[in-house]
Design a protein around this ligand. Structure first.
Ligand code: S3P
Length: 172
């Protein structure tokens, strides 16, 4: 029997990577971090890809990787915050995966990313950029059925909640 993937979606700073690590360990599944794979394959950081080739090139790499990973099974996939921008990505992941969206308030996201220098989309006034981007993407994140509030739950609690969901969904 095929083992469905778990796909972690959410804005930057909602805890996808840290939650994914714990979840993969608990579920005995392999963790794949899309941004890390893109960086490895490109041989340079995402900020460089954005600066040199532009965001559209990055989105194509992201789309191609989503196509590739959705052909595999038994993975915990930590996506980049912009994965929701292309509906094709979510449609591909849905075929063999449980989509879970992590959420956080703008204030908590700001707190978590205040000193971060790796996100090209937050290179100006971070507070404003977080609020504007979050606002414009809100309908895309809200459309995902399963939502986990990372303001309220710590990474272990989030992983437990997702694992419960996954067990429930796959036993039906
Ligand atoms: C992005 C989020 C980043 C990374 C890139 C673009 C976005 O991933 O993919 O900087 O558009 O929200 P994280 O969500 O892991 O920070």
């Amino acid at each position: 029997m095929s083992k469905r993937n778990i796909i972690l979606i959410g804005f930057m700073g909602t805890g996808k990577t840290v939650t994914g690590r714990i979840l993969a360990e608990r579920a005995g599944m392999e963790l794949v971090d899309m941004d890390s794979i893109i960086e490895e394959r490109a041989g340079r950081p995402i900020s460089d890809i954005f600066a040199t080739d532009g965001e559209a090139t990055f989105r194509t790499m992201e789309r191609d990787l989503a196509r590739e990973l959705s052909q595999r099974e038994g993975l915990v996939i930590s996506t980049g915050g912009g994965i929701v921008l292309n509906p094709e990505n979510l449609n591909n992941f849905k075929k063999n995966g449980l989509l879970v969206c992590l959420t956080a308030s703008p204030a908590v996201i700001f707190q978590r990313l205040e000193n971060d220098t790796t996100r090209p989309l937050l290179s100006g006034d971070k507070k404003d950029q977080i609020e504007a981007l979050l606002q414009s993407r809100k309908p895309l994140y809200d459309a995902i059925t399963h939502q986990i509030d990372s303001d309220q739950l710590d990474p272990r609690e989030r992983a437990d909640a997702i694992l419960k969901l996954y067990t429930l969904e796959t036993s039906n």
